[in-house]
Design a protein around this ligand. Structure first.
Ligand code: SAH
Ligand code: SF4
Length: 404
């Protein structure tokens, strides 16, 4: 049985227990609390939060002394009590196709592993995928995952805790640091920026790294508020996609609280099979899941739900499965993403043959759906997160045909 959502440590608060906690990644409310804690007068707090916000999220500064419109006295006080430290980038790997993978170590937090009396900071991977018209950052919402989907490597990891909203936001901060991509900085000349006026190196975010975002909805929703804030990091909500394995009751709430785009990890069209692939299906079967999708706020042809379907050889990849998929999704504004399975050591599954994937894609395409096949980006650096999007030219052209 998968562990219950309530079993895991909820690391919601920023690490204010640390000697000098970092303010990077905080929400406006957390910044206000941090200011009140160092006796900034009530009447000044809103204005000071606005200033800090701009320096931290628009300019990406790492030093309080750069905050020129903040008095020297307050700058010193801030530096005495807080930092602008980022989590540590342990390694950076760059794939031959430009995909970058960072191993990020968070500061130690409650719920982390203790080794030899020392709390070890959680490590998560974050993947950046540049394309000609966008740059996508794949972020994690939890360390590990309680859900044990049988084809997913993350589900086999023992330790699980929620990431705080601060830790979720810090993943974008790290990416912007690495890519020189803060709006308040001169655009980098290192060639990462996709072409197009006003397009940032990171223009899109997908919650397709580790974890089930809807089991950490409060922190994901706070983080989304920071990511999409127009005075700071300024990501468009239409370019932020949250992927869920199907926590049906929380799906409408995700939409009403965040306005994010929704992706559903469907992977099977029959309950008996989906029970095996995504055990959460036993709790929320396909019919309930699709009903929750129909109730997703703001759904329209311009704001479709993405249905992810991992292609598993001889398991879910028959023409009958493809036709049933089309039938099931009737009436839901949908896109379908076929994901070639990424093998990992010890897995019982294999990826479907390319001809079978094409056959499946043909059926879905004929029914009027864009059906881009996402082949793994950054395979040489094992950057195998769910958002792996580089279709063959033929399939890319098809997808565009339907989207335009
Ligand atoms: N827990 C959430 C989000 C993270 S998983 C969810 O399940 O939706 C992101 C995506 O990667 C999901 O669609 C997931 O099914 C897919 N995925 C997981 N393991 C995979 C693998 N080995 N190969 C291909 N896709 C995989
Ligand atoms: Fe968790 Fe998603 Fe992996 Fe399932 S596919 S185990 S929900 S991360």
């Amino acid at each position: 049985m998968p562990a219950l959502q309530e079993d895991i440590t909820d690391h919601a608060a920023p690490a204010f227990a640390a000697a000098r906690p970092s303010l990077v990644g905080c929400t406006r409310t957390q910044l206000a609390d941090a200011l009140l804690a160092i006796e900034v007068p009530d009447r000044d707090v809103r204005m000071r939060v606005g200033q800090l916000w701009h320096w931290i999220y628009f300019h990406g500064v790492r030093d309080f002394d750069r905050m020129l419109n903040v008095s020297k006295v307050l700058r010193q006080k801030l530096a005495d009590h807080y930092t602008l430290t980022r989590p540590e980038v342990v390694t950076e790997q760059v794939s031959s196709d430009g995909t970058r993978k960072w191993l990020i170590r968070m500061p130690p937090a409650p719920g982390d592993q203790i080794v030899g009396g020392k709390t070890m900071g959680a490590e998560i991977e974050c993947v950046y995928i540049p394309e000609s018209d966008r740059g996508t950052l794949c972020v994690s919402s939890q360390v590990g995952c309680t859900l044990n989907c049988s084809f997913c490597h993350t589900g086999t990891q023992k330790l699980v805790r929620n990431l705080s909203s601060q830790e979720i936001v810090q993943q974008l901060i790290v990416a912007r640091d690495q890519l020189g991509d803060f709006p308040g900085l001169t655009p980098p000349t290192n060639g990462f920026i996709p072409s197009g006026e006003g397009v940032r190196a990171v223009s899109n975010i997908v919650f397709m790294g580790m974890g089930e975002p809807l089991y950490n909805l409060d922190n994901v929703s706070d983080a989304l508020g920071v990511l999409a804030d127009g005075d700071g990091l300024s990501l468009s909500k239409r370019r932020i996609t949250v992927s869920t394995s199907g926590v049906a009751p929380d799906i409408p709430e995700l939409g009403s609280r965040t306005g994010a785009m929704l992706a559903i990890s469907l992977h099977a069209v029959r309950d008996d099979l989906r029970d095996k692939l995504v055990p959460l299906n036993k709790k929320y079967p396909i019919a309930d899941l699709l009903q929750a999708c129909r109730n997703y706020p703001g759904l329209s042809n311009a704001r479709r739900i993405t249905f992810e379907y991992v292609m598993l050889k001889g398991v879910n990849d028959s023409p009958t499965d493809a036709r049933e998929l089309v039938r099931l999704l009737k009436g839901i504004p949908a896109k379908i993403n076929l994901i070639p399975f990424n093998p990992w050591p010890g897995t019982q599954y294999e990826c479907s043959d390319w001809s079978i994937i094409e056959q499946f894609s043909d059926i879905v395409f004929s029914a009027g759906y864009a059906s881009p096949v996402r082949t793994p980006r950054g395979r040489d650096i094992l950057a195998a997160c769910g958002q792996l999007k580089s279709e063959t030219e033929k399939l890319r052209a098809r997808a565009r045909l339907v989207e335009d």
